[in-house]
Write a protein that binds this ligand. Structure first.
Ligand code: FE2
Length: 302
């Protein structure tokens, strides 16, 4: 039986100004510092049972260190490892107990573009805190978007090796993949191999708008939004962190019924990207960071 990952649980980022990034993700974004070890700062999302959601460390250059995916069991970890190996990916570390913060059992590999990825099960669960329906506090990672010079091949890899399922296409330009009921946990666009943005779920449109107000008052400039996408029907507001990472608050991402879902190919248009039209009001919108290959590709992460 093929196995599939069950979620995206964390992302590791290396930044030039660590103190500024930690300050942003805690005081502004609403994550909580939970651990610090060997120069890595671990931040958790209040609504998540995963031990941490963002891992930050200092580096001479900004880069993406790794993405963490969860699996349901050790047996699935072993099947996923075999699938990843069969797909020709380079293994960094075969399945083993993890002695890193959060524990668990898993393996690490490079995807075909060179992003380091880890698949983990049995991570030490944290007790989530109650988050009110209108609190502008991240519940968890919602999705990640990658650029790839071979986006169709990368899409095939994530489907065949890791069990992602196709939700929708935007033309033949952007593909939306799911690994649980959420419409997308991963999306892939053409471009140099790089992370486009990481999105965090908030509880409601009210929470998203309160977040916009709070961040604006703190001098964090809105880069794109507020709006509602068509694929996934989720709301969006995009911001840049002090080190130039693009992050998103999103809400209301559609749930998919696995037994009946039929993928749609949407025609790309301003209205498809932004149903309300509100994301186009603010002049100088800059939806995404400038594109260059990620400095973290093929680097074995800490
Ligand atoms: Fe997004």
């Amino acid at each position: 039986m093929p196995a599939a990952v069950t979620d995206i649980v964390h992302v590791g980022l290396a930044v030039v100004d660590l103190a500024a990034e930690v300050e942003f993700f805690t005081a502004r974004w609403g994550l909580q510092p939970v651990h610090e070890h060997d120069g890595c700062v671990y931040l958790a999302a209040a609504g998540s049972t995963h031990p941490y959601t963002v891992r930050l460390r200092a580096s001479a250059q900004r880069m993406t260190d790794l993405f963490g995916l969860s699996a349901a069991s050790r047996a699935d970890v072993h099947v996923l490892h075999a699938q990843v190996e069969a797909a020709g990916a380079r293994i960094i570390q075969p399945p083993a107990p993890s002695d890193r913060f959060g524990g668990g059992y898993g393996f690490r590999f490079f995807d075909p573009d060179g992003h380091a990825v880890e698949v983990l099960t049995e991570a030490t669960a944290r007790t989530p805190q109650p988050v009110g329906d209108t609190d502008p506090i991240p519940l968890r990672i919602s999705h990640m978007v990658l650029h790839s010079p071979q986006h169709k091949q990368l899409e095939r890899f994530y489907r065949e090796a890791l069990g992602f399922r196709l939700s929708d296409w935007l033309g033949d330009f952007m593909v939306f993949l799911r690994c649980n009921r959420a419409h997308h946990r991963l999306a892939i666009l053409p471009g140099p191999p790089a992370l486009n943005h990481v999105a965090f779920d908030v509880a409601s449109v009210d929470a998203l708008m309160r977040g916009l107000g709070r961040l604006s008052a703190a001098g964090v400039e809105l880069q794109w939004g507020p709006g509602r996408h068509t694929a996934g029907n989720n709301t969006f507001t995009y911001y840049s962190t002090p080190n130039g990472n693009t992050v998103e608050y999103t809400s209301d991402l559609e749930d998919v019924d696995e037994s009946t879902w039929q993928p749609t190919v949407y025609t790309p248009s301003p209205e498809t990207m932004d149903q309300w039209g509100t994301g186009r009001i603010i002049p100088g919108n800059r939806p995404h960071a400038e594109l260059a290959a990620d400095k973290g590709l093929w680097q074995v992460p800490a």
